[in-house]
Design a protein around this ligand. Structure first.
Ligand code: NAI
Length: 328
């Protein structure tokens, strides 16, 4: 048995928290050999609800759960963390401008970035889930100058998994046969889900996927609009699938991606594929158990470049809003 991994989850009393914590405590992120220690962060008003979640975690008698505590102070919650899952965010309320939403979230993610900088473990890995995820990740990362930027990511794995599922349905196979799909850009409706390198059972392309009309009019809008579809059908936003994607993301980051596959994550651009430096953009990525690496040398046709550029423009606009307000 190894030393416990310390995992901090913010927004722990929310619906993603409720879908995530039990699976993490059961060992879904690091496997059955690795105990986990949970440190939860919530706002003061939700502390009692988070304590209720802790009571239920206790009642599962998870053999791998080496302890769980809740805090309303980011410095304490992130103390010693090797994984930080930043879920808690300010939701958009009626009449709120997008720029005000960005600013309100900067007020959450800047202090959390500082707390990561000052208190997290040397091997910290951060995944930002709370929306707008790409820009929240930039804010957190920019307030953690002593932590390598590659340790920060924003979650686009849910988009990736949604796209895998749609491809599998279209071809009539299980999602496990689909590889090398890419999500580019912002975690928003402007994202670009890209099928151009997809393999099915190791074979490039598939006749059922070669239909440009289906890609443009059905596949891309379905994936990019899936969050809204879930809200409409379920009556609440996606939580279990988001929690599942968080687990997939951290498991593959720490444990490595499959040799003939990649996944998608938003990372701080270093200019890959012409994406300007200094924004978090979703790319196809691999991990060998250390840092995410952007998959190099993929061909992008003019249409793909245009779609990615449009999503990148949205991320640049978001950055400009927080910059103009002095929040970066
Ligand atoms: P929720 O509203 O059920 O829970 C959010 C929780 O965060 C609440 O308990 C709230 O008290 C807490 N919180 C707010 N500010 C906080 C702070 N400063 N520190 C700690 N906790 C704080 O929301 P839900 O459904 O759990 O979603 C959370 C976020 O994840 C939302 O921003 C949502 O848009 C985003 N999301 C992102 C996805 C992605 O793929 N990147 C997928 C699904 C959701």
């Amino acid at each position: 048995r190894r030393e416990p991994v310390t995992i901090t989850v913010t927004g722990a009393a929310g619906q993603i928290g409720y879908a995530l914590l039990f699976r993490v405590a059961a060992g879904a992120m690091f496997g059955p050999e690795v105990p986990v220690r949970l440190r939860l962060l919530e706002v003061p008003d939700a502390l009692r609800a988070a304590e209720g979640v802790i009571l239920e975690l206790e009642d599962c008698a998870f053999p791998l759960l080496a302890g769980v505590e809740v805090f309303d102070d980011a410095n304490r919650a992130l103390d010693g963390a090797s994984v930080a899952v930043l879920v808690g965010a300010r939701p958009r309320t009626a009449g709120m401008e997008r720029s005000d939403l960005l600013a309100a979230n900067a007020g959450i993610f800047a202090p959390q970035g500082r707390a990561i900088n000052d208190h997290a473990a040397e091997d910290i890995r951060v995944v930002v889930v709370g929306n707008p995820a790409n820009t929240n990740a930039l804010i957190a990362q920019s307030h953690a100058p002593d932590v390598p930027a590659a340790r920060f990511s924003a979650l686009t794995r849910l988009d990736h998994n949604r796209a895998l599922a749609q491809v599998a349905k279209r071809v009539g196979i299980d999602p496990g046969h689909v590889r090398r799909l890419s999500i580019w850009g912002n975690h928003s409706s402007t994202q670009y889900p890209d099928l151009s390198n997809v393999t099915i059972d190791g074979v490039a392309g598939h006749p059922r996927l070669a239909d440009e009309t289906w890609i443009r009019d059905e596949f891309i809008p379905r994936v990019a609009g899936r969050g809204a579809e879930i809200i409409e059908v379920r009556g609440r936003s996606s939580a279990a699938s988001a929690a599942n994607a968080i687990i997939d993301h951290v498991r593959d980051w720490a444990g490595g991606t499959a040799p003939d596959d990649w996944t998608s994550a938003a990372l701080l651009s270093r200019g890959e594929y012409g994406v300007p430096e200094g924004i978090f953009c979703s790319f196809p990525v691999v991990s060998a158990g250390q840092d995410w690496q952007v998959v190099p040398d993929l061909e992008l046709d003019a249409g793909a470049r245009k779609s990615i550029a449009a999503s990148v423009d949205e991320i640049l606009w978001e950055r400009q809003v927080v910059q103009a307000r002095g929040l970066l």
